[in-house]
Design a protein around this ligand. Structure first.
Ligand code: UD1
Ligand code: PEP
Length: 439
């Protein structure tokens, strides 16, 4: 089990550029299955989850070429659907969440798809109803083998083609919307998806599909209308920077009293994230497309206008992404003031606070969804300790805690961090951190 040994108390300085967005990568890479033509994608983060998805596509027969760092071409001329019924596929696909998005494209193009229960973070129940009810709305038949935890979907009729439909999703599921959009672009007729997720990565997916020949309107809204087409062609696509990485670096700079510049953040696509950090009292400046964070000794959490304690809660885009709440929580441990962190979407994502409490943080876990943090205002430093990363974002929150702490910390199970952050130790050490990877 790979481990980080972190020497706390080092201030960072300099510039850092965010990697391409993990969650966009998982969507757009699955979309290459929609066409026999070549699709070239730039700014792909070469992180564990993404490399596993690329490996999965290769095993399915997609010809993948690495053109340079983060640039790949994909050509899905002949896809081996039989591979999808092998144990090897089952094991590989169940290692990551994003693999679920091969279902929509395969169903659209070949009229059938198979999928094991996908992996991803163990952060509570992660149902897939939205995906499969969406496919059923398009006419597909669906079967779930409860013993093997295996899903099968089949398009209707002898021509095995999906049919456009109106649907109101019961929740704005990100991967669910991506899957249904990818199924609908090749369906016959018009599909309307209301209560669609509309975060920037979905917008990017839709724009890429339009360049491939799809007909989608309403992009960036929660109501997408898709006129099905007979086939799609190749394209070239450049991915956005990862907003979760940007947010993680802002929090890290504040916690470690560091002065850093985060380059090329695509500020307009960060939504409410900068505003939320500002409400935590963290100062920063937008400089062109960069974010400059000055060294600051204190940051004070605002109260609401009526004087009540601030709540930071997640919500579907344009609300605050749930993937940053662990970072907000750890940053609050050294703020002046108190905050309630309310993780509405996932029910098992806050248990890592036990580790922070061991380190000396003042946190009350109210229930699985809510934690109250009373900040130390840097009067008391966290103490280094040994901990295990339970999920990708808790992992990075623990890394931030360790970097700010007094003494050495050991973080085990850092595969969880590597799932989403590329060469995080190398990039942070270049700014002055002391993180040692022990294999
Ligand atoms: C590979 C990928 O892209 N993963 C992201 C994707 O996962 P994923 O697409 O799996 O997450 P979903 O959007 O489906 O839902 C996440 C959770 O939130 C709940 N939910 C969702 C929508 C809603 O309106 N109300 C609600 O309660 C769901 O029941 C589920 O438990 O989106 C999540 C939510 O932004 C992120 O945490 C994940 O990083
Ligand atoms: C929950 C996350 O990832 P996944 O959906 O891939 O498990 C995340 O990126 O924070």
């Amino acid at each position: 089990m790979a481990t980080f040994e972190v020497t706390g108390g080092c201030r960072l300085s300099g510039e850092i550029t965010p990697q391409g967005a993990k969650n966009e990568a998982l969507e757009v890479i699955c979309a290459v299955l929609l066409t026999p033509e070549k699709v070239t994608i730039h700014n792909i983060p070469e992180i564990l989850d993404v490399m596993q998805l690329i490996g999965l596509l290769e095993a399915m027969g997609v010809v993948v070429e690495r053109l340079g760092t983060g640039s790949y071409s994909f050509q899905a001329k002949d896809v081996d659907l039989c591979y999808l019924q092998t144990d090897e596929f089952r094991k590989a696909a169940s290692r990551l969440r994003g693999s679920v998005m091969i279902t929509g494209p395969l169903l659209a193009r070949y009229g059938r798809a198979y999928m094991p229960k996908p992996g991803g973070d163990k952060i509570g129940r992660r149902r897939l109803d939205t995906h499969f009810i969406g496919f059923q709305n398009l006419g597909a038949e669906f079967d779930f083998d409860t013993d093997r935890k295996f899903y099968t979907v089949t398009a209707p009729g002898p021509d095995r083609r999906l049919h456009g439909a109106y649907m109101l999703l019961d929740e704005a599921s990100v991967t669910g919307t991506a899957n249904i959009v990818m199924a609908a672009v090749l369906a016959e007729g018009e599909t309307t998806i209301y209560n669609a997720a509309c975060e920037p990565y979905l917008q990017q997916l839709c724009r890429m599909l339009v360049r491939m020949g799809a007909n989608i309107s309403g992009i960036a809204s929660n109501r997408l209308t898709i006129q099905g087409v007979d086939s799609l062609g190749g394209t070239e696509h450049t991915m956005l920077p990862d907003m979760i990485e940007v947010g993680s670096f802002i929090g890290m700079a504040a916690m470690t009293h560091s002065e850093i510049t985060i380059r090329n953040v695509s500020y307009g696509d960060l939504g409410i994230i900068p505003q939320q950090f500002a409400r935590m009292g963290i100062r920063f400046e937008q400089r062109g497309d960069d974010i400059y964070i000055p060294q600051q000794d204190h940051y004070e959490i605002e109260s609401f206008i009526d004087g009540s304690i601030m709540t930071i809660a997640d919500a579907p885009w344009p609300g605050l992404t749930p993937d940053l709440l662990s970072v907000f929580l750890v940053v609050a441990t050294q703020a002046k003031g108190s905050v309630l962190i309310h993780q509405k979407m996932f029910e098992s994502r806050l248990f890592f606070v036990d580790k922070l409490i061991d380190m000396g943080a003042q946190i009350i876990l109210c229930d699985p969804h809510r934690a109250t943090v009373i900040g130390h205002d840097h009067a008391i430093r966290l103490r280094g300790t040994t901990m295990t990363s339970p999920d990708i974002r808790a992992g990075v929150a623990l890394l931030i805690a360790a970097m700010s702490a007094h003494g050495k910390s050991v973080i085990q199970n850092i595969d969880q961090i590597d799932r989403g952050y590329q060469n995080i130790d190398g990039r942070l050490n270049a700014l002055g951190a002391q993180i040692r990877r022990i294999d």
